[in-house]
Design a protein around this ligand. Structure first.
Ligand code: AQP
Length: 329
């Protein structure tokens, strides 16, 4: 049965191999069977300080990466969050159905706020999961493909749906986070205990890196003591991370990777990982280069905003009526 699928990426930094393997790579596979909405979470990007020209550049980059990853605008609705004002309008309603205690418990907020001065933490960063819930619920999305780090936010959206529907009837559609078996949490190459993250670029492989630089970074990845190619996140986080990268790109299991490299040394394995990343990203980057300076980006966004708005309007109106806002057509 045809389902609604929604996901997005926020333009907070150059996209990483983690963003690619945990999210981007999976989006296009839904578009032949389902109704897919993929957006650029530009309002979310404002939750941390960012220069206007940087935000504009990163936003166009993400659209180009979406198109380079074979998302077809005639099948998938690709749009900017800020161009569909219903996101902010639904956010204004839904913020009353999530509680401060719940938002305080979000791991991503806790991690980020630990690194910041208390007085510099904006309300938007704290309330981020409400806007994310609005993004998802506005499109009645049933499937939300994300990396592991976003699972908690989708779970919170599910709690909100439960709470809201108990009070007002069956108004909001329950979403399901879909997390790939491998590649859902790619770690930093310089510190495999820390997630590879675009806003904290230590040990990142960037999709815009030169292929030679990518090779160098992977060859220099921190590994563990011993010499066995074994998937053991606790005792061998460095090698396990490289196994995840290889398995995710080749669409095989971590066990398959162990078997394939059971007689290899670390150096040989790293070389194989570097080559498979390059073979995957080489053609992808080429497509990005062809798109980034074309008007296809603006055309895609204009068309996407119209399509997204049509659906968003209907859901917002349903919610407004349900909570008792007087509706004058
Ligand atoms: N290291 C990762 N491994 C696998 N998946 C990842 N994702 C992010 N990092 C990894 C997934 O990429 C999508 C983009 O999410 P986002 O832009 O909303 O931001 P995020 O989850 O907070 O990702 P970043 O790169 O860590 O961004 P910053 O540094 O800005 O917070 C999501 O599906 C995410 O799970």
């Amino acid at each position: 049965m045809k389902k609604r699928v929604l996901s997005g990426i926020k333009p907070t930094g150059n996209l990483t191999l983690g963003n690619y393997l945990g999210a981007l790579k999976h989006f296009a596979k839904y578009q032949d069977e389902h109704e897919v909405f993929i957006f650029i979470a530009d309002l979310h990007a404002l939750t941390l300080p960012i220069e206007p020209e940087v935000l504009r550049k990163l936003t166009r980059d993400i659209v180009a990466f979406y198109l380079a990853s074979n998302l077809d605008p005639s099948k998938t609705t690709i749009f900017l969050q800020s161009q569909v004002s219903e996101h902010s309008e639904l956010n204004a309603i839904l913020q009353n159905y999530l509680y401060m205690g719940e938002l305080n418990r979000m791991t991503q907020f806790k991690d980020l706020s630990l690194k910041m001065k208390q007085s510099a933490i904006g309300l938007g960063l704290f309330a981020y999961p409400v806007l994310m819930a609005s993004d998802i619920l506005l499109y009645d999305a049933q499937i939300v493909p994300v990396g592991e780090d976003q699972k908690q936010h989708v779970e919170l959206t599910r709690d909100l749906v439960d709470r809201f529907n108990k009070r007002y009837g069956n108004i909001l559609v329950m979403p399901e986070p879909v997390i790939s078996k491998v590649g859902a949490r790619i770690m930093s190459l310089s510190n495999p205990l820390q997630k590879m993250s675009k806003s904290d670029p230590k040990g990142d492989v960037f999709l815009l890196d030169d292929l030679k630089v990518i090779e160098k970074k992977i060859m220099a990845a921190v590994t563990d003591s011993g010499s066995e190619i074994k998937y053991d996140v606790k005792n061998k986080p460095g090698i396990s991370n490289l196994i995840s990268i290889y398995a995710s790109i080749e669409n095989i299991t971590t066990k398959d990777v162990e078997e394939k490299f059971k007689n290899s040394q670390y150096g040989e394995f790293k070389k194989a990982v570097a080559m498979c990343v390059i073979n995957e990203l080489g053609p992808f980057k080429k497509r990005y280069e062809e798109i980034i300076n074309s008007s296809l980006i603006e055309e895609t966004l204009a068309e996407g905003a119209l399509k997204a708005k049509k659906i968003a309007k209907q859901t917002l109106s349903r919610v407004q009526k349900a909570v008792g806002l007087l509706h004058v057509e």
